[in-house]
Design a binder for this molecule. Structure first.
Ligand code: NAP
Ligand code: GLV
Length: 313
């Protein structure tokens, strides 16, 4: 079996060693421009279009991330970029859920206990106590209840805050008040103290974090965006921060990455910026999952994590 690998700025040799260990019978090569030799599988992150050209035999494309928005965006603009023979498969958890739980838990504790304000007070040398938010009233809304959002919602229930969840289809999660579909979106937002975004970026979710949504939250609510920059209308967040409707935001993802030096988020006193690290792709976990799926496909079995192009995730 032949596998092509493409990811820039990574330890490529370590990936190749891992695949050689898990799939000793496979011939795994790094794709270079001009390489049109046959391949059964592609393992890629942000691959150029040319990688997919003239590959009628490609059985699956494994995306080295949970989000497939970049690759689907190319396919939407230029249909047929991905070979029709190939299914698109996303990473499922591979250690990202725990990282998201850590980021979300940190954000909840940071804002509920007002550590953001104490950091600002320290910079001014001010000894001043602030009333903390009461845990039982600090409603946290998790947008997206999939592999990552589901784990985050469960962890926040264990932390003892009231948790709401928003998904496309209805589901049951112990301790979580679940709202599903656009008809229940406003009820999901109503009076919430924090929003944590873990939706996929699709045409339906683009710009969902906007002035209208912020206006439904409790005054002085907090925003955590760990999904995609395209979910957020940047100017609406700046407006909501400046009016006090939003009291603080932790942002890990942006319309343009790296975040341009001149962007207002860098300098806004109530915005914390992290460089798309809330849940990193872990090499070993990803190799093991992808290799197991390739083996399952070779045995003629079905696998999970196949992207539904129409749904967009
Ligand atoms: P997932 O398992 O596919 O879950 C997606 C969730 O969003 C599902 O609950 C789905 O609802 C819901 N959803 C989708 N479209 C919706 C809509 N229009 N309205 C309401 N709910 C909708 O995805 P995941 O693995 O949890 O990952 C989520 C996203 O996190 C990725 O797409 C990626 O963009 C982002 N991410 C970011 C980082 C980072 O480092 N910043 C790392 C990994 C992932 P249903 O359950 O009803 O289908
Ligand atoms: C990272 O952003 C991912 O989608 O896995």
């Amino acid at each position: 079996m032949k596998i092509i690998f493409y990811e820039q700025n990574t330890d490529t040799d370590a990936w190749l060693r891992g695949f050689a260990r898990e799939l000793p019978e496979a011939d795994v090569r790094v794709w270079q421009p001009g390489d049109t030799a046959p391949a059964d599988y592609a393992v890629v992150w942000r691959a150029p279009r040319d990688l997919f050209a003239n590959r009628p035999d490609l059985k699956a494309v494994f995306n080295l991330g949970a989000g497939v928005d970049a690759i689907l965006d190319v396919e939407r603009k230029e249909p047929g970029t991905l070979p029709p023979s190939a299914m698109l498969v996303r990473l499922e958890d591979t250690g990202m859920a725990q990282q998201m739980v850590e980021y979300a838990t940190y954000a909840v504790l940071r804002y509920m206990r007002r550590f953001d304000e104490y950091e600002a007070l320290q910079r001014e040398g001010r000894w001043e106590k602030r009333t903390q938010h009461a845990r039982k009233d600090f409603i946290v809304g998790v947008l997206g209840l999939g592999v990552l959002g589901g784990e985050v919602a469960r962890a926040l229930v264990a932390l003892g805050v009231p948790v709401r969840g928003y998904s496309r289809t209805a589901k049951e999660l112990e301790g979580v008040a679940v709202y599903a579909g656009p008809d229940q979106f406003d009820a999901f937002l109503d009076g919430a103290h924090m929003l944590i975004n873990l939706l996929p970026h699709t045409p339906d979710t683009e710009g969902i974090l906007n002035a209208r949504a912020f206006g439904k939250l409790a005054r002085g609510a907090y925003l955590v965006n760990v999904a995609r920059g395209a979910h957020l209308v940047d100017a609406d967040l700046i407006g909501a921060l400046d009016s006090g409707q939003i009291a603080g935001a932790m942002l890990d993802v942006f319309h343009t990455e790296p975040l341009p030096k001149e962007h207002a988020f860098w300098r806004h006193p109530r915005v914390s910026v992290t460089p798309h690290i809330s849940a990193e792709t872990l090499r070993e976990e990803s190799i093991v999952q992808i290799a197991a799926k390739i083996k399952a496909l070779a045995r003629g079995e079905t696998i999970s994590g196949i992207v539904d192009f129409k749904r967009g995730y």
